[in-house]
Design a binder for this molecule. Structure first.
Ligand code: NAD
Ligand code: WQD
Length: 338
């Protein structure tokens, strides 16, 4: 069964391709390489023993997408392609709305034209904005977003709801990821951020490998167990398996259905740092600094809907997350650049 995977050479997409291949699906990856390296293709082959089909192209290029849909018969689309840096989205909102919103509209038009009506969308827990309570349920209010990146995800969610309401052929699964971390157990693929990492786990692993002097812990005066921010860190392989569950579920679903993908456990910044040190036997020097603008104290999922309907739950724990991150980073100190 052919599955179109947009953005499939990226961090989450590449791990999802492996799970798809292992389950007997044939992923066809469409990616413009703006945040991915071609080396990923060979590494997926080393891990799975199978080739993925890769087509280079931009999600906003309607004619390139049309050619792809003419060449291959797709059963469903998993749509990862997009931009994800919160800070950059504040600086360059037009770019973010163009790629994330306009790109999705282009994809939907081409799908409709070729009678492909099933799409799984990479959304983000950030659509909940500042939640009233944690753990966060899917029914919590969305849309009170705090940056253009988050707003672009919310806008696409609304587009999907309106589109499926207009025509019962459409089936959309919205996956709201919490904080994906870790890497494939092989150590061959993982997160390869360009420049200074924005997110906690890649920053810690770059400190561990000696690329950064120390971690700045953004505030220890939050209303949390130890004063540092609490998040729902989720192993990327578990997240990838969540997409496999969604692929199996989508044909039986109706309209648009949203799921939280998270472990349901809140972990503090210092808990992650301590686990990284303990399990990998490395030092992580850190200093406590000011809070980062826009951060909130606690954010974690109620994941019972995914457990019930997708039959999915995270199986890997914090020890797996920090060990697999370090395995990838220590084997590939410069990411995919040899
Ligand atoms: P990533 O940057 O590693 O992967 C995105 C991929 O899309 C890259 O391979 C990139 O080259 C490609 N791409 C970007 N713009 C494109 C375009 N115009 N046309 C074609 N391809 C394009 O990011 P990721 O972490 O794997 O995230 C995948 C998706 O999940 C994104 O939509 C992201 O917003 C969403 N998401 C990520 C996180 C996270 O923390 N990583 C959390 C929630 C949601
Ligand atoms: C986690 C915790 C920081 C870096 C972001 C996006 C979100 C989603 C996932 C895409 C917080 C603290 C971090 C550092 C630190 N992405 N921290 N020092 O902010 O929960 O979510 O990534 O959809 O949209 O906003 O993740 O990893 O940046 O931060 O102390 O150098 O680590 O304050 O408490 P966040 P993060």
């Amino acid at each position: 069964m052919n599955i179109l995977v947009t953005g499939g050479l990226g961090y989450i997409g590449s791990h999802t391709c492996i799970e798809l291949i292992n389950a007997g699906y044939h992923p066809i990856v469409f990616d413009n390489l703006s945040n991915a390296k071609k080396q990923v293709i060979d590494r997926i082959k080393t891990i799975t023993g199978k080739e993925i089909t890769f087509v280079e192209g931009d999600i906003r290029d309607e004619s390139a997408l049309s050619s792809l849909f003419e060449k291959y018969q797709f059963n469903c689309v998993i749509h990862f392609a997009g931009l994800k840096a919160v800070g950059e989205s504040v600086q360059q909102p037009l770019k973010y709305y163009d790629v994330n919103v306009n790109g999705t509209l282009t994809l939907l038009r081409v799908m409709q034209h070729h009678n492909v009506y099933q799409l799984i969308f990479s959304s983000s827990a950030t659509v909940y904005g500042i939640p009233d309570t944690v753990p966060i349920e899917e029914s919590a209010p969305t849309g009170q977003t705090t940056n253009p990146y988050a707003t672009s995800k919310y806008m696409v969610e609304r587009v999907l709801e309106d589109t499926s309401a207009s025509n019962p052929h459409w089936k959309f699964i919205i996956l709201r990821y919490f904080n994906p971390v870790g890497a494939h157990q092989s150590g061959l693929i993982g997160e390869d951020p360009q420049g200074i990492p924005n997110n906690l786990m890649p920053f810690i692993s770059q400190v561990a490998v000696g690329k950064r002097d120390k971690l700045s812990v953004y505030g220890n005066d939050y209303e949390t167990k130890d004063g540092t921010g609490v998040r729902d860190y989720l192993h990327v392989v578990d997240l990838a398996k969540g997409h496999l569950s969604a692929v199996k579920y989508i044909s039986t679903s109706k309209g648009t259905t949203a799921f939280n993908l998270g472990t349901g456990n809140g972990l503090s910044v210092l808990e992650v740092v301590e686990a990284f040190k303990e399990h990998n036997k490395v030092d992580i020097p850190y200093v406590i600094t000011e809070r980062r603008a826009g951060d909130i104290d606690s954010y974690y999922a109620n994941n019972s809907k995914a457990k019930k309907l997708l039959n999915w739950q995270a199986e890997l724990d914090l020890e797996d997350m920090v060990k697999d991150t370090w395995h990838w980073q220590s084997n590939n100190p410069n990411g995919y650049d040899e």
